[in-house]
Design a protein around this ligand. Structure first.
Ligand code: AMP
Ligand code: MG
Length: 419
């Protein structure tokens, strides 16, 4: 398991900015060391452990980019069209019989190797075939046109994929194109998840008058799985130090990260903080983020610990800006800044400076074709409907104090935040 020092998440300031949190997490959490070799078919979403070096150029040989006629560039008609005999035919997967003679052409198809001596291809649409089988080539084609050169995609010896790449389908295709059958990836981070709170009931049971169903745990487990983690669902912990301490300690021993929700505010019944301080070390950050705010980071027996706030929307947002970077760091993956789409606000909003806010919203094309953001009408951090009925969040940076209709704002679709 990853080993961290006890004070590694200590933070001096009164409020930690989102960027400070991400930078600290990325710098302090080391990747899991174990690697495994996976066949390409199982590598999607996994994190590459070492660079993929091209042992051969891609493409391996010069080939035609089109269906047409291969010529020597020295023979290209310069001023007027010229007629040439067709002396060979090369389909994809075959090779020319002999080098191309002067003042002759070879019928060639996309992907077929260029005959020796030929370096330019006319598209079949641009030539005329005469009844006797000869072809008429127009003037004006550039030497080298319509030919793919060896190594023009990837040069031999180049790092085709960097370590830390979370493999996507196109990355796997590149590995296959270079002849690889398997890739070395890091093992998945193992994450333990608890909910905390005396008020929580298990879905499927009959809640007391004062209980609510635990919804954070399934959300966090699902978010972790989307990020490629192996998860352990460790249930609900009561707000009592005697049960919290042994459970958290046992979880820390077998996992790369221990994640909880609830119990990290500063109320008298928020015991997670005191318990983690007792069995490890803990710092409670007040993050300059809304929804969110109290987030605990710590170390238990060398394993990182993150305590998210209990309110569902706060849990969700702090997951994205604290847990996601931590999982990427544990996975050995490069940090990925989510990419927004710029959309036009249709609403007014007043905001305090000094903190970043995420406004849950939907987006649709306006009458003039520009995408517009509609804010979810209510803002409470406890509202699950605000997450379920929206497609993403608008980010309002720290220095912003207001939004007025017509202004362009940055919208982050959930799909980009959860992957
Ligand atoms: P806390 O962070 O423990 O003060 O909890 C803040 C709010 O979130 C309270 O209303 C809790 O009941 C609620 N809450 C805490 N944990 C969960 C959970 N696992 N699922 C749903 N709501 C929760
Ligand atoms: Mg609580």
């Amino acid at each position: 398991m990853a080993q961290l020092t006890d004070d590694c998440f200590a933070f001096g300031g009164p409020m930690m900015s989102v960027d400070e949190a991400v930078a600290m997490i990325a710098a302090r959490i080391a990747p899991v060391a174990d690697t495994q070799i996976l066949p390409l078919a199982e590598a999607d979403g996994r994190v590459l452990a070492e660079p993929l070096i091209a042992r051969a150029p891609l493409p391996r040989f010069a080939n035609s980019a089109v269906d047409g006629y291969a010529v020597r560039s020295a023979d290209l008609p310069s001023a007027a069209e010229e007629t040439f005999p067709v002396i060979d035919r090369v389909a994809a997967g075959a090779s020319a019989e002999a080098p191309l003679a002067q003042r002759a052409v070879v019928r060639i198809f996309t992907g077929a190797p260029m005959p020796q001596g030929a370096d330019t291809v006319f598209m079949q649409e641009d030539v005329r075939v005469l009844p006797d089988g000869q072809v008429v080539l127009p003037p004006g084609l550039k030497a080298g046109a319509n030919v793919r050169l060896p190594g023009e995609d990837i040069a031999v010896g180049a790092a085709a994929l960097p370590p830390g790449r979370r493999l996507r389908p196109q990355d796997i295709a590149l590995a296959a194109a270079l002849g690889a059958t398997e890739l070395k990836v890091r093992r998945r981070p193992r994450v333990a998840v608890f909910s905390t709170g005396d008020e929580l009931a298990l879905p499927g049971t009959v809640p007391d008058a004062a209980q609510l169903f635990d919804s954070n745990r399934v959300m966090l487990l699902a978010m972790l799985k989307r990020l490629g983690c192996e998860v352990s669902d460790l249930g609900i912990l009561r707000d009592e130090p005697a049960s919290l301490a042994p459970a958290l300690r046992a979880a820390a021993r077998g996992h790369d990260l221990v994640l909880t929700s609830g119990g990290v505010s500063t109320g008298e019944e928020d015991h997670v903080k005191a318990v983690v301080e007792g069995i490890g070390s803990l710092v409670l950050w007040r993050m300059a983020i809304k929804p969110g705010r109290p987030v605990a980071m710590g170390v238990i027996e060398g394993a990182p610990f993150i305590g998210l706030p209990g309110n569902p929307a706060a849990s969700f947002v702090t997951f994205v800006y604290v847990v996601r970077p931590a999982i990427l760091a544990l996975s050995g993956a490069a940090q990925e800044t989510p990419m927004p789409m710029m959309v036009r606000a249709t609403f007014s909003y007043a905001k305090k400076t000094g903190r970043r806010e995420y406004v849950r919203a939907n987006v649709a094309r306006g009458a003039d074709g520009v995408f517009e953001a509609m804010k979810f009408p209510r803002e409470g951090a406890g509202l699950l409907s605000s997450l379920a009925e929206t497609a993403g969040m608008i980010e309002l940076p720290e220095q912003v104090t207001s939004v007025t209709p017509g202004e362009m704002v940055a919208f982050f679709p959930y799909t980009g935040l959860l992957a």
